[in-house]
Design a protein around this ligand. Structure first.
Ligand code: APR
Ligand code: PHB
Length: 396
């Protein structure tokens, strides 16, 4: 089998890229190792920048997003037992974000691709990429119990942080920059209505907590926990008690979350990582395959979308004009945005979490920075601009 663009991975990056290429009249094949149900159920973040919403809408995946997405005009920051709001439109010239779960984005893109797109193969496990530095790279995968080969003009690694494409770039041709954090998140999904209108990011002596939502009936909540925490050590009541303690307000001692059945519970490690360049010959890396961020800034999905928009435009330009200029610029173009998001995600993470090794001095610095954001429109605008994201055409 041959295709113009072989896409490895059917997460948000691979699925959105396939859709953008389809709309541009460029054929592609998506190979996804998991089954459809698994990909559609995998819990991930749920904050879409306006630029991401615009891209999904332009790609034809905006209908349910427009109907069910929750538009948010700000976030709440809690610290020292009090709360203040960061008003996005006021601080960014009218920009806002949309709460719409990644699982829903993935479901919408899969439905579109299966309805009228190129092949999207589930349970197609890619084992190797060969000839990335030649004109005719190939993807070797197993499907239906058989070893198969897909030859391509271009191979795109959209296979996430644990994929195989990053390692298909020879070690001498890539550099990975990495940082780990001494904590993880315990996340729960609960059939409980959020009692808050906006997301709450809380700094507390016991550690970070985040109150998010999936709908007016479903809450998504996170607690900072030590690395390697076993979710079994966190029965539901303990999770709720700890969330209430970390989100507590001195002026409203009765403030509590609404409790309800917990439908999902898992522990997420935190890591920052960037691999440069995001290209080797005719192999291009996009999304989590090239870079990951800790989830505190809600940037992962938005970065993935930005990468594949840049890539789809470059492939289209190549097709239309015969020029590889934009493909040659792909890595540098993406990396400017990636490093901005890396810095923002790192800053949010280290400002809000309690590092088990931190001193009382470090805690005072965190609280001073939070107070600064509360007191200064300049400091708040810096957070807000990064959170709502830059327009796609602007790099950093
Ligand atoms: N063969 C085929 N598919 C593979 C292989 C392989 N060898 N290895 C991994 N995959 C698939 C995974 O099963 C997964 O569905 O690649 C997909 C990668 O998807 P994601 O991890 O969601 O990565 P990406 O599409 O880049 O989306 C980034 O996901 O992790 C979040 O916060 C992150 O929101 C961001 C988004
Ligand atoms: C989520 O809703 O899952 C979510 C929201 C904001 C974040 C991270 C995760 O920063």
């Amino acid at each position: 089998m041959h295709t113009t663009v072989g896409i490895i991975g059917g997460g948000p990056s691979g699925l959105l890229l396939a859709r953008l290429l389809h709309n541009a009249g460029i054929d592609s094949v998506v190979l996804e190792r998991r089954d459809r149900a698994y990909v559609e159920q995998r819990q991930r973040a749920g904050i879409l920048e306006q630029a991401t919403v615009d891209v999904l809408r332009a790609a034809g995946a905006g209908a349910r997003l427009a109907a069910e997405g929750l538009i948010h005009d700000g976030i709440e920051l809690r610290h020292d037992g009090r709360s203040h709001r960061v008003d996005f439109p006021a601080l960014t010239g009218g920009r806002r974000v949309t709460v719409y779960a990644q699982t829903e984005v993935v479901k919408d893109l899969i439905a579109l691709q299966l309805a009228d797109g190129g092949p999207l193969l589930f349970e197609a496990d890619v084992r190797a990429v060969a000839g990335a530095d030649t004109d005719r790279p190939s993807i070797h995968y197993s499907h239906d119990g058989r070893d198969q080969t897909l030859t391509c003009d271009y191979v795109i690694g959209c296979d996430g942080y644990h994929g195989i494409t990053r390692a298909a770039v020879p070690e001498s041709s890539r550099t990975t920059y990495e940082r780990t954090y001494p904590y993880s998140w315990l996340g729960i999904l609960a059939d409980a209505p959020p009692v808050y209108d906006e997301l709450i990011y809380a700094h507390s002596a016991q550690g970070f907590a985040l109150a998010s939502m999936r709908s007016p009936y479903v809450s998504r909540l996170y607690l900072q926990v030590p690395n390697a925490t076993d979710p079994a050590d966190w029965p539901d009541e303990r999770v709720w008690d700890e969330l209430d303690a970390r989100l507590a307000l001195a002026a409203e001692p009765g403030w509590r979350l609404k409790r309800g059945p917990v439908t999902q519970k898992s522990v997420l490690p935190m890591r920052s990582s960037v691999t440069e360049p995001m290209r080797y010959g005719r192999l291009f890396l996009a999304g989590d395959a090239a870079h990951i961020v800790p989830p505190t800034g809600a940037k992962g999905l938005n970065l993935a979308a930005a990468d594949v928009v840049v890539l789809a435009r470059a492939l289209e330009h190549q097709r239309r004009t015969g020029s590889a200029d934009l493909l040659d610029a792909y890595s540098d173009t993406c990396l400017r945005r990636v490093w901005r998001a890396e810095h923002f995600s790192y800053s949010m993470t280290t400002m809000l979490h309690a590092d088990p090794a931190q001193s009382a001095f470090d805690t005072k610095l965190q609280l001073s920075q939070l107070a600064r954001i509360e007191a200064s429109a300049h400091a708040a605008a810096e957070l807000a601009e990064n959170y709502v994201g830059l327009p796609l055409t602007q790099e950093s």
